[in-house]
Design a protein around this ligand. Structure first.
Ligand SMILES: [Cu+2]
Length: 180
């Protein structure tokens, strides 16, 4: 019987089993916590977004490609904003610039992290504030694995993330943004 787990190398099993166990045991206690998702060979970890009262927001997640071939994140859609773009951030001199990524490559066997200070999903034209403790829907469109709807938990960034991160909802690097 075919299983979506068939692409996992044997060594990945204990880790996956542990993650699944943790997720299963945590969810009923912490319903607000972000979930992990599985789509074919891809594992989508912990989608979340910063609280925001501005017109823009940012969402983050990780994607692990457990398959043998490259996949890619092509676009993100959400009903919570006018549009969502995949952005990368790069220092140019003293200015942090954001640039839209047309195709975010997901190499086989690797994990790509969208996290504060780096790659992120930019939510442009938010239809309402993103409130701590709530969630928003994201539809992720992958080149090979297809499309999945995930729920991003709205929460404050972890302490470890704040050193490189902008204040919640601030996004004051917008003026330097390159909208290509
Ligand atoms: Cu951005």
């Amino acid at each position: 019987m075919p299983s979506p787990l068939i692409h996992f190398r044997a060594a990945a099993w204990p880790v996956f089993a542990l993650v699944a166990l943790l997720a299963a045991s945590l969810l009923p206690v912490e319903p607000v916590y972000a979930q992990d998702y599985k789509l074919g060979a891809l594992e989508i970890g912990h989608p979340w977004a910063r609280p925001s009262t501005a017109r823009t927001g940012a969402a983050y997640l990780t994607v692990r490609n457990g398959g043998t071939g490259e996949d890619a994140l092509l676009r993100v859609e959400t009903s919570a904003a006018e549009k969502a773009e995949i952005h990368e951030m790069k220092m140019e001199g003293t200015i942090m610039r954001m640039r839209a990524v047309e195709r975010l490559a997901l190499p086989a066997g690797e994990t790509v992290s969208l996290a504060p200070g780096g790659l992120h999903i930019m939510l442009i034209g938010l239809k309402g504030p993103l409130k701590d403790g709530e969630s928003l829907p994201l539809r992720l469109v992958f080149e090979k694995a297809g499309t999945i709807e995930v729920s991003a938990a709205i929460q404050m960034p972890g302490a470890r993330a704040t050193d490189t991160a902008k204040p919640a909802g601030g996004m004051d690097h917008m003026p330097g943004m390159d909208m290509h």
